[in-house]
Write a protein that binds this ligand. Structure first.
Ligand SMILES: *Cc1c(COP(=O)(O)O)cnc(C)c1O
Length: 374
């Protein structure tokens, strides 16, 4: 047994957070700066440039929110929605359902379109609902549904949003940095993510980008944004000239995010996507060799999050605890409808390395062998 307290980095192969490269960890040690220090504004400026490249956008309003991925969801919906706005939410799982709940709390009239768990929502189902009512404020969707490992393609939904004159909000928390996300190319109005998944920084920041169309809609609000902390107009007054104080910038996290974005730029997006894709394929064939069933058909599968059925007779919690204690590896359990039935294996950012795939497959082989021969 390993000692429970160890400084050795945990091998994080769950649904996030992912591992953080030493260079990014080192950035956390830089001296603290005040929130109005001109040297900090240089860091924030560089983060904006890095995020625009990663989001593939020219949106001026592109920055990082304080808080994890869910602050991005709250921010996007709270800033766009006014009471009784009509909102369509595309949900193929647990995180899609959170968008439904947040939009309801913002006072919207919410119409969810759900799929069977493990499948994406069909664009035809979305359109038949859009047709039934006039004046849609927005469509919200999750690009990479981390509860099921399903890829929900953005482009067909973006096309519907254009045709029905609705804004498009996309949760790219898990996808950004691990597979193509084309904010301008696809026509996304607000896209948000999180620092700790495929970007490879510590948890605590939510990158976000706002299209001119969405910004215009925010400027025309009749009511104040229900969230003061995540009010985009106030946040942007700090991130842009004249840098009006709003809240204390979590400067250490900003240093780390900047370092992670530098690593993304140095690797290059095509190489980064290819790395995620290639290691996913190695993982999938290794899992199948262990006679584990992959729940998502290849055409809907995400590279950075793989869902397998827990084999008959294997105790879920005990198995994962043994992976953690005996092999120092974390994988995720099931969420929502799939609680207790699946394992979720993440290959995100700096966790997504051949060496980690091999370690996991070998550890699972050892443990499965013990249970199967018992
Ligand atoms: C992880 C995740 C979130 C939530 O992010 P937090 O950082 O935990 O707040 C939201 N959406 C998706 C698709 C996720 O994978």
């Amino acid at each position: 047994m390993r000692p429970p307290e160890s400084n050795e980095a945990r091998i994080l192969l769950g649904p996030g957070p992912s591992m953080v490269a030493p260079r990014v960890m080192d950035a956390l040690r830089r001296p603290i700066l005040g929130y109005l220090d001109p040297d900090l504004f240089v860091v924030l400026f560089e983060i904006q440039i890095g995020l625009r490249q990663l989001f593939r956008t020219e949106n001026e309003i592109t920055f990082a929110l304080p808080g994890t991925g869910m602050s991005g969801a709250e921010c996007a919906l709270a800033n766009l929605i006014e009471p009784s706005d009509r909102v369509l939410v595309v949900s193929s799982g647990f995180f899609g359902d959170r968008l439904v709940e947040i939009a309801r709390r913002c006072g919207a009239e919410v119409y969810p379109v759900r799929s069977q768990w493990g499948r994406p929502v069909e664009p035809e189902d979305i359109e038949s609902l859009l047709k039934q009512h006039p004046r849609w404020k927005l469509i919200a969707m999750v690009h990479a549904e981390t509860s099921t490992g399903v890829h929900q393609p953005v482009e067909p939904i973006a096309e519907l949003a254009r045709r029905y004159e609705a804004l498009l909000v996309v949760d790219a928390v898990t996808s950004l940095g691990g597979m193509p996300v084309e904010v301008d190319g696809w026509g996304i109005d607000i896209c948000f993510s999180a620092s700790q998944k495929c970007i490879g920084a510590p948890p605590g920041l939510a990158p976000i980008t706002i299209s001119p169309r969405a910004w215009n809609s925010i400027q025309k609000r009749r009511t104040a944004c229900q969230s003061w902390y995540l009010d985009l107009r106030l946040l942007w007054d700090y991130w842009s000239e004249p840098h009006v104080y709003h809240h204390t910038t979590p400067v250490s996290l900003m240093y780390a995010l900047r370092a992670a974005l530098e690593m993304v730029e140095q690797e290059g997006l095509p190489a980064r996507y290819e790395r995620h894709h290639h290691q996913a394929e190695r993982l999938w064939s290794g899992l199948q060799e262990l006679r584990l069933e992959l729940l998502i058909p290849p055409e809907h599968r995400l590279p950075m999050l793989t869902v397998v059925r827990i084999p008959e007779g294997i105790p879920d919690q005990e198995f994962r605890l043994r992976l953690l204690r005996e092999f120092n590896i974390e994988i995720g359990g099931g969420l929502g409808e799939w609680r207790g039935q699946v394992w979720r294996i993440g290959l995100m950012g700096h966790s997504c390395l051949a060496h980690n795939v091999d370690l996991l497959l070998s550890a699972m082989n050892t443990l499965l062998h013990q249970y199967r021969s018992a």
